[in-house]
Design a protein around this ligand. Structure first.
Ligand code: EPZ
Length: 437
């Protein structure tokens, strides 16, 4: 497994461009299963999860052409398989997004139940309850979800009220309802920008949905959907990660190709904490730490438009460099503080009680050998290492490759001392080190 070797203490400077949003690209790729015609997606991030999703589509029988690295032309005219197998679902939970499109277009789908993951149990019960509300018969058999449309072959529109806001649940139901018979209303829907982006694509394909981005989404089902061409929105979490990178290293960055309006809660909180964030235009931010330094500020993660859980770990790293005591409350996932113990290994002063982490700062971080546990935790550890004294070795960085495009190259272009060490080199280095002792 690859590692990152980072020597901290350099203030990052320069320009960085944000890639497409992984969490929009995944449902948009799944949406191509809804139509026999070609769906062309531009600005796809070149990250491992997109490669996995592509593999899933091809396993189902779709063809995926790549005229250029970040553009896919997906054609689902000959789908032969209606199953997302365990091997794929366990590597990427978002594979469950194939369930809605397969069920509504072909009347059947089999998807492996995604097990838990590092950040929580993450059930999909709300997805399944919703499909039943649309008339599907849903069974769990041998670790798989087996769903069938009513004998008419089409799902039937209905009212869905999610007990809890769920992003992929909302997306799965939007796609299922697009081809259902009649009208569907989703209440307590997720409002993330990725939901709006998916709705924009679906409407381009001929769907009739409105209200995406609000708690109530209304969908008039249609008989069939056509092809479309769509550009994926920028990744708001990558944007937030680079804002924190500028602030935590005491640097200054121009962040390009982003959408500030998608992260207003993050920008608001970071400004409160002493980060200067200027919107140069609709897609460019200028960021630096204010002269007064960083101040500890409490935060609670909530569904959009509030502070996103996917920025919690990065924010915790920043709070280790802020004056005072901050309280970080995680309300979305029950086990999303795995990064805290690694930050403590670097010298941070953090205590956890239930879903609240208390961070006391400012503390001097020292380089250490640490392990990444999930995608956003690994981003947090990279940020901490960039401001730590000395060298840090981060193991299991395959997590970060799932959702950050060419992260080493981007940070190096901003002056960071970071390198990827592939496993073979790491083993040799360890052996050499052991030999000198
Ligand atoms: C999406 O996951 C994102 N993933 C996650 O980003 C993100 O953290 C999460 O939304 C919350 O914003 C993608 O979009 C691919 P949820 P999702 O369903 O849809 C519970 C990243 O770092 N729940 O909104 O799986 C669930 O356990 C990833 O890029 C049920 O109980 O999250 C959680 O506590 C990590 N039953 C809460 O709801 C269900 O059927 C929110 O989960 C569904 C969810």
């Amino acid at each position: 497994m690859d590692k990152f070797r980072i020597t901290g203490g350099r203030a990052l400077k320069g320009r960085v461009s944000i890639s497409g949003a992984k969490n929009s690209a995944l449902p948009c790729m799944a949406a191509a299963l809804l139509s026999p015609e070609t769906v062309t997606l531009h600005n796809l991030p070149y990250v491992r999860d997109i490669i996995t999703q592509r593999r899933l589509l091809e396993d189902l029988g779709a063809t995926v052409l790549t005229p250029e690295l970040r553009t896919h032309k997906i054609s689902a005219s000959h789908i032969e398989l209606f199953e997302a197998p365990y091997d794929l679902v366990r590597t990427m939970r978002a594979s469950v997004l194939a369930l809605g499109p397969l069920l509504t277009r072909f009347g059947k789908a089999k998807v492996s139940l995604p097990g838990g993951c590092a950040i929580g149990t993450r059930p999909i019960d709300l997805h399944l309850i919703a499909f039943e509300k649309l008339g599907a018969e849903v069974k769990l058999e041998a670790g798989n979800v087996i769903a069938r449309a009513p004998s008419s072959g089409r799902l039937i529109g209905g009212e869905i009220h999610f007990d809890k806001v769920t992003v992929t649940g909302t997306e799965n139901v939007m796609m299922a309802a697009a081809l259902a018979k009649g009208r569907t209303v989703i209440k307590n829907a997720a409002q993330e920008p990725e939901i709006e982006d998916l709705a924009e694509l679906l409407n381009k394909m001929g769907a009739r949905m409105k209200g995406a981005g609000t708690p109530v989404i209304e969908i008039e089902g249609v008989e069939a959907l056509g092809g479309a061409e769509h550009t994926i929105i920028p990744d708001r979490i990558e944007t937030g990660t680079f804002i924190v990178a500028a602030a935590i290293t005491g640097g200054e960055l121009e962040i390009k190709s982003c959408r500030p309006e998608h992260i207003t809660a993050v920008i608001h909180k970071l400004r409160e904490a002493g980060v200067e964030i200027e919107e140069l235009n609709q897609s460019t931010l200028y960021v630096r730490r204010s002269n007064g330094g960083l101040k500890a500020k409490d935060v609670t993660t909530e569904p959009h438009p509030d502070f996103p859980t996917d920025m919690q770990a990065q924010y915790m790293a920043l709070m280790t460099q802020a004056e005072g005591e901050s309280h970080i409350v995680e309300t979305i996932f029950e086990n999303r503080f795995m990064h805290a113990s690694e930050l403590i290994r670097m010298g941070a002063d953090i205590s956890i009680s239930g879903n609240t982490a208390t961070v006391r700062g400012k503390t001097k971080l020292m380089g250490a050998k640490i392990i990444a546990s999930d995608l956003r935790a690994s981003a947090s550890l990279v940020l901490a290492a960039l401001c730590a004294e000395g060298e840090t070795l981060i193991d299991r960085v395959y997590h970060i490759d799932r959702g950050y495009e060419t992260i080493v190259r981007k940070f190096r272009s901003l002056g960071a001392d970071i390198q990827r060490i592939s496993e073979s080199i790491a083993i040799a280095a360890d052996a050499a080190e052991a030999h000198t002792k």
